[in-house]
Design a protein around this ligand. Structure first.
Ligand SMILES: [Zn+2]
Length: 239
């Protein structure tokens, strides 16, 4: 059994999950949170939250309504939430992201659940803040967090893990991701597809498992078993 720690199953049309893959279903906006609950409640673990992209797109006026929906449905973590400095075009965007993120952190504290974090640094040549991962670390403090689709540096990944956090690995290869896989012990790694937005389906976690196996020189079976165990520990469910 392998666990896809991050997928948007409700956006996969007519898809049938293979027997050996178990999904964690994640929302990112009010409407996708509703879809996640519809498809996963009573069946799979699910994570609800308002992502920074939603904060930019929909503003913060309805924030309390979104919070109420999440609270009522008792997710196993709050996510995906965080800061996306790639999509922020103005300082108002950055401030909206921060407002939503800090409200989501408060909600996680209230519900006593961990955080699933979306982070993207600013690659553009402008005066807006650059390092989203650093700002996130400052805002979450010592809280337990999973960095989803992590694309930051190995140094910051190590800091997150030293704080009790976990890093989720996607199938896409990069020099920095290889360094992250090398630096972080298998006990703190998970795998994810982020399907259908990044991987087409949850099946791409097989490639993420191969990637870790190749970099760490640990058998595929061991990587599959350990990353599943880590996911169950982080989210607090059992298959
Ligand atoms: Zn996602």
């Amino acid at each position: 059994m392998m666990i896809d720690s991050h997928c948007h199953l409700y956006d996969l049309k007519n898809y049938i999950l293979p027997d050996d893959i178990y999904p964690v279903v994640v929302g990112y906006s009010y409407s996708s949170n509703k879809k996640a609950v519809d498809i996963a409640k009573g069946k799979y673990p699910f994570v609800l939250g308002i992502a920074p992209q939603s904060a930019i797109k929909h503003g913060t006026e309805k924030l309390e309504e979104w919070v109420d929906f999440i609270r009522e449905n008792k997710p196993c973590a709050i996510g995906e939430i965080g800061l996306d400095y790639k999509w922020a075009e103005t300082m108002d965007n950055v401030n909206a992201e921060k407002k939503v993120f800090s409200r989501m952190i408060e909600l996680a504290d209230e519900l006593k659940v961990p955080l699933v974090i979306h982070s993207r640094n600013n690659p553009n040549d402008n005066d807006l803040p650059k390092n989203a991962v650093e700002d996130i670390l400052e805002m979450i403090g010592k809280r337990k967090a999973l960095m989803h689709f992590y694309s930051g540096s190995a140094e910051l990944a190590k800091k997150i893990v030293d704080n009790g956090g976990y890093i989720s690995i996607i199938h896409l290869h990069s020099k920095e991701r290889r360094k992250v896989i090398n630096t972080i012990p298998l006990e703190r790694l998970l795998v994810e597809s982020d399907s259908p937005f990044v991987g087409r389906t949850p099946e791409v976690i097989r490639e993420a498992i191969d990637y870790i196996s190749e970099v760490k020189q640990i058998s595929r079976e061991e990587v599959a078993r350990k990353t599943a165990k880590n996911a169950m520990e982080f989210f607090g469910f059992e298959v």
